[in-house]
Design a protein around this ligand. Sequence first.
Ligand SMILES: NC(=O)c1ccc[n+]([C@@H]2O[C@H](COP(=O)([O-])OP(=O)(O)OC[C@H]3O[C@@H](n4cnc5c(N)ncnc54)[C@H](OP(=O)(O)O)[C@@H]3O)[C@@H](O)[C@H]2O)c1
Ligand SMILES: *[C@@H]1O[C@H](CO)[C@@H](O)[C@H](O)[C@H]1NC(C)=O
Ligand SMILES: *[C@@H]1O[C@H](CO)[C@@H](O)[C@H](O)[C@H]1NC(C)=O
Ligand SMILES: *[C@@H]1O[C@H](CO)[C@@H](O)[C@H](O)[C@H]1NC(C)=O
Length: 330
Amino acid sequence: MIFYILGILLKIIFFLSCTVLVLLIIEKAKLIFFPHLCTCYVDLSGKAILITGGNTGIGFETAKILAKRGAKLVIASRNVAKSQAAVRAIIDASGNPKVEHKPLNLKSLSSIKQFADDFNRTYGRLDVLINNAGTVEINRTSTNDQIDSTFQINHVGPTYLTQLLMDKIIASKPSRILFVSSNAHFLHNLDSNDIAGKEPMNVWVRYANTKLGNVLVSRGMSKVLPEQVTVNSLHPGTTKTEIWEQGPLFVRKVINFLMDNFMKTKEECAQTIVHLAMARSLANVSGKYFDILRAVKTHRVVTDELAQQYKDTLRLIDDRVKKFEKINTN
Ligand SMILES: NC(=O)c1ccc[n+]([C@@H]2O[C@H](COP(=O)([O-])OP(=O)(O)OC[C@H]3O[C@@H](n4cnc5c(N)ncnc54)[C@H](OP(=O)(O)O)[C@@H]3O)[C@@H](O)[C@H]2O)c1
Ligand SMILES: *[C@@H]1O[C@H](CO)[C@@H](O)[C@H](O)[C@H]1NC(C)=O
Ligand SMILES: *[C@@H]1O[C@H](CO)[C@@H](O)[C@H](O)[C@H]1NC(C)=O
Ligand SMILES: *[C@@H]1O[C@H](CO)[C@@H](O)[C@H](O)[C@H]1NC(C)=O
């Protein structure tokens, strides 16, 4: 009896492993057979670019490429020591000294406001805003603004930041806004409106919801922005970065093996971002979702009507900002 059950279990495990392996091989084949490197040579000198989370991972590689093209670059992230080291590394690699770090914590709406005020004061223009910073919290927590932390860092925070910098972006047109989303958004569970993070839910579904938020916001914003101000979202590709460094050791070992052997490098993951940031052919393309340099389909729930729900996020921000101000003045 036991051997019978064990046999079935082994068969299931074998079948699942084969499926995963086939999927991974398809991923790898796509990289080999489709061009996935941005080959546009655009001079970015005179352009100001802001990238959140540019101190490591995909954002760091993106920043290096953009600095090489001569852009004036601001990296916005929390960890000051790590960010200053990253700034030095980017300057060394690019020979472009116009790179600096400004502190930003997307977990706090008041930090975002402070950052935006400072940026608005000190920078005359903003040609490209890249909302790249993101996280997955294995152990769920809430922010002081009473929003699920992952949801705030990945979705609510970047939306607020973009809204606050919108005047500057519009004044700098032609200009571009990017939201680094993920194909993980296909796993979303739209039924959940659990923004305060009370409901237990699978960690990947929570992450997927935040990434669906990126897609909806960019689609929704694209309908209200003036001509020559574009906003798009994208899947950078899957790669080994700090975002995967959580969970049990065994799981991390398996993930690292798959990442090393089947997935993109961080430089490859930066390609769709830099392409959207500078390609001349995309000057008037807005409201789209990109993967491997091309506009591709999103999950089918993403429609113009649903995209209007991004206004719910704006209302939520408004509500929490007011509450926060009340707490501060009391
Ligand atoms: N890696 C992948 O396989 C993959 C796949 C699809 C999509 N993505 C997306 O790509 C983007 C970059 O991911 P990555 O893999 O490069 O991640 P990563 O290596 O973990 O880097 C995340 C960046 O976000 C910043 N960050 C985290 N929390 C922040 C906060 N509260 N406020 C401000 N900045 C914060 C971090 O800097 P500090 O800690 O200093 O703040 C860091 O620079 C994310 O949006 C992710 O969802 C990644
Ligand atoms: C940004 O600065 C401009 C002046 O340069 C000002 O008109 C605008 O209201 C400011 N925006 C915000 C959100 O502070
Ligand atoms: C999550 O919580 C578990 C148990 O409470 C703990 O062992 C683990 O270190 C935590 N993981 C992270 C990434 O904080
Ligand atoms: C984008 O639109 C502007 C005017 O709206 C036009 O001058 C420009 O040629 C267009 N660029 C491309 C690549 O279509």
